[in-house]
Design a protein. Structure first.
Lengths: 476, 332
């Protein structure tokens, strides 16, 4: 059975782009999450026709398949899971920017184009691709589409969905279809909007039309340090309540500031309990008005100081610090578990305190580095997995954090997605009828159930969530 | 009686129903089945939380009521209709059509954070969350926006709010280049063109708008007007924005085009371009990746499976279909 599958894939693509040796398979057994699965074959198509051919082979053999971009996902969305090891279809070789229409601010790209490469490719036109996940140097646009990815600047510009105009998709039966369009009101249901964020369960994107955003004429970046997390969190609410929507509003706690400052050395206040980075952009007069308003609000709410970046270099060094937090954290311990929950902004103070208590009770080191402006928490638990019993503690704390966020009126994921990681927690926020409606939607795209199975929706209806309840064949 | 549960009971589990809003886009997607029982969604703004920038509103609420409720706290939700006293939140979302400020505000689907709807079995289902950022679960919100009430009936939504701009101002000029203006202004609210006149809307801080006016609009002959022009009401068409440059030679009667967006409003009921030629109009830059054929069998198949899965007896808004190339089926 397996031999027939591999041979058919080799005929459909090329022998050197279909791999089945154990070493290679092991590399694709998981994404950047801690959840491993088992791949049966890994293939590397060069274009949409090859993706369609590979998917048709899977359909003919009744084999599940999983699309994978750069593999930077944190929720197990690209982990090959299930009783039957799936075929992994990797899009990294499909990495061309096909066309840029500067006048209409649209680019057609292949899914393997890296997020930051796209922005760099259009920077000379005064444009950029607005979604900017911290992994933007390595994550792919196709992965952004699958996960409806966010990033710091999504506070003003929105997550990936509004920036995707059209997607050419190979459906789970191997048919190719164009969802959406560069025209504003394509015929039919908004299947483009449904596909973006479907975590690879509704087909594989092979060409994507993205909206490009003009670079702002004026930018001001503010850095404020606070003596307590609570004061920083209340400053966040004050800024939003004042009617200002910053381009980005990020928070780092003392643990994070300490490690990133040691790594980047950009003059962050290492004695602060919390640091806020507030970025304001737009036309000059508005940026000036908001800079003085926000500075005053931050000071009123207890900031010890507010600095405005005096140069592009200084601004970039602060962003480098913010975005390198996940690498720099290795100074504390070799492993980390990065969570992703959303809460109403007005509950940030309580929930941050609760998350701190949860981790303290399990004797775990916690860092917080997150998108405070939209209530998107990223508790970062740092640990050494070689310590006996530590994984149990990490998972217990993770489950408690999710439950605390949901109790505060929050949701399971702001930008990382559900994947395998939070699949079984879905009943915490949705009723059985809600989940059934989502299942109907997915099944309309994938009647055979072969396209990234096991993801997003819990298997057995509305059981109450248990993070450790993973599908057969997956291990943490 | 104005509760979601009462609406679910009203819809029930059997018999054809058609949902009625303000009837401002009543014929979109086909006529209502005359034998269908008419139902109306509950109405009223439930709560506006300015510090969370969200508003919870029942689907039967007129846009004007929503505008007034959010404006009290200096915010707005980006839904727009030409008759805001009549058009309802649920109706605008079910139709999925934006107004003339789409260039600045974005499409209506991007304003929706949570939807509670009544399904074909008469049960309430919910998708999304009352949070400005959330990727938990599949996006039923975007599925229902523009679905013409054929999959489930929208009962209540949570919408994203934005701060009201300090000013919103409009200008008009004869003979100006609408594409040049749209390219030089920073994130304009609206650029409209009827082949002779160009209208521009800007919103933001007063000093920034003044500056754009002085540098970019006055030199091209723009003069301030009260607001956008009335829309020709005969037809509404969707084109790649680059194709709009070909309009003057192609369109027969009066029209108004949304530059940078691609919506064209016509006085006549006929499309301004030949549907076949709009795929790659001569005036637009050649492109290898313009929209594919209008009729895609695989697309129709997904629509059919969705309808069968969400409304197996075809009782929700029979005679209507969001996909023009897929004729609706009579209810069973």
């Amino acid at each position: 059975m397996q031999d027939g599958l591999v041979d058919a894939l080799r005929r459909a693509l090329a022998p050197d782009r279909v791999h089945a040796d154990p070493m290679e398979l092991a590399l694709y057994a998981r994404d950047a999450s801690m959840i491993s699965g088992q791949a049966s074959v890994v293939c590397f198509p060069l274009d949409g026709a090859e993706v369609a051919a590979a998917v048709r082979v899977c359909a003919d053999h009744g084999r599940p398949f999983v699309a994978r971009g750069s593999g930077t996902g944190l929720a197990g969305g690209a982990t090959p899971a299930g009783d039957v090891p799936p075929v992994v279809i990797v899009t990294t070789k499909m990495n061309r920017v096909l066309e840029v229409d500067a006048a209409q601010r649209v680019a057609w790209v292949e899914p393997g184009v890296l997020n930051l490469d796209l922005s760099r490719a259009v920077a000379h036109l005064g444009l950029h691709f607005a979604p900017d996940p911290s992994s933007q140097q390595s994550c792919s646009v196709g992965g952004n589409v699958a996960n409806n990815s966010g990033g710091p600047h999504c506070l003003l510009y929105g997550v990936t969905n509004p920036h995707v105009l059209a997607v050419e998709v190979v459906l789970p039966d191997g048919e190719t279809v164009l969802l959406g369009g560069v025209d504003p009101e394509p015929d039919g249901l908004d299947l483009r909007g449904v596909f973006v964020g479907s975590e690879g369960t509704m087909g594989i994107a092979t060409r994507i039309a993205v909206r490009l955003t003009p670079l702002p004429p004026s930018v001001a970046t503010l850095l404020a340090d606070f003596p307590t997390m609570g004061e920083a969190a209340s400053a966040v609410s004050a800024v939003i309540a004042a009617g200002v929507v910053p381009a980005a509003l990020e928070m780092m706690d003392a643990n994070i500031v300490e490690v990133v400052e040691a790594y980047v050395r950009c003059g962050l206040p290492t004695d602060a309990a919390a640091v806020l980075i507030v970025e304001l952009d737009g036309l000059p007069a508005g940026v000036e008005t908001e800079t003085s308003l926000v500075s005053k609000l931050l000071l009123d709410k207890g900031a010890r100081s507010v600095r405005v970046a005096s140069s592009a270099q200084e601004r970039e060094s602060w962003w480098k610090a913010r975005k390198s937090a996940f690498g720099a954290i290795a100074r504390i311990a070799p492993n980390y578990y990065l969570h992703d929950c959303v809460v109403p902004r007005s509950r940030l103070v309580d929930v941050l305190a609760e998350v701190g208590r949860i981790c303290a009770a399990e004797d775990l080191v916690l860092g917080n580095v997150f998108h405070a402006g939209d209530g998107n928490l990223h508790p970062l638990i740092v640990f050494d997995r070689r310590v006996p019993g530590v994984l149990d503690k990490v998972h217990r704390a993770g489950q408690a954090i999710i439950e605390a966020c949901v109790r505060a009126g929050g949701s399971l994921s702001g930008e990382h997605g559900i994947g395998l990681e939070k699949r079984d927690a879905m009943p915490l926020v949705f009723s059985a009828a809600d989940l059934e409606a989502q299942r109907r939607l997915r099944d309309a795209f994938d009647p055979l159930g072969l396209c990234n199975p096991e993801k997003v929706l819990p298997r057995g209806g509305s059981r109450c969530g248990d993070l450790a309840d993973l599908p057969a064949g997956a291990w943490v | 009686m104005n509760t979601l549960e009462a609406f679910a009971d009203l819809v029930g589990a059997s018999g054809a129903v058609a949902v009625e809003g303000g009837r401002t886009q009543w014929s979109l997607g086909g006529p209502a089945d005359p034998d269908a029982r008419l139902v109306r969604a509950p109405s009223g703004v439930v709560s506006h939380e300015p510090e969370e920038m969200i508003v919870r509103v029942r689907a039967g609420t007129p846009l004007e009521e929503l505008r007034a409720a959010t404006a009290e706290a200096g915010q707005f939700a980006a839904l727009e209709a030409s008759e805001p006293a009549l058009a309802t939140v649920g109706g605008v979302l079910a139709c999925g059509r934006s107004g003339v400020r789409r260039l600045g505000w974005g499409p209506v689907r991007d304003a929706v954070l949570e939807v509670t709807a009544v399904d074909a079995g008469g049960s309430l289902i919910r998708a999304g969350a009352p949070l400005v950022k959330n990727v938990t679960g599949f996006d039923l919100c975007r599925l229902l926006v523009g679905s013409l009430g054929t999959l489930a009936l929208i009962a209540e939504v949570v919408l994203r709010c934005k701060p009201l701009p300090e000013v919103e101002r409009w200008w008009r000029a004869e003979g100006a280049d609408p594409f040049g203006v749209a390219a030089t202004l920073y994130r304009p609210l609206s650029v409209l063109w009827d082949g002779r006149c160009t209208w521009v809307g800007l919103a933001g801080y007063g000093a920034d708008v003044d500056d754009q006016e002085r540098r970019l609009l006055r030199p091209s002959g723009f003069e301030e007007v009260a607001g956008p022009p009335p829309l020709p009401g005969g037809g509404r068409w969707s084109y790649p924005p680059a194709a709009l440059a070909g309009l003057p030679g192609a369109a027969g009667g009066p029209w108004l085009a949304e530059i940078g967006v691609g919506v064209v409003h016509t006085a006549a009921g006929d499309p301004p371009f030949d549907p076949a030629s709009h795929v790659r109009p001569a005036a637009a830059a050649p492109s290898a990746f313009q929209p594919g054929p209008a009729h895609q069998p695989a697309l129709a198949a997904i629509h059919r499976r969705l309808k069968e899965a969400f409304d197996p007896t075809g009782r929700l808004n029979p005679w209507r279909s969001p996909l023009r190339s897929l004729p609706p089926q009579a209810s069973r």
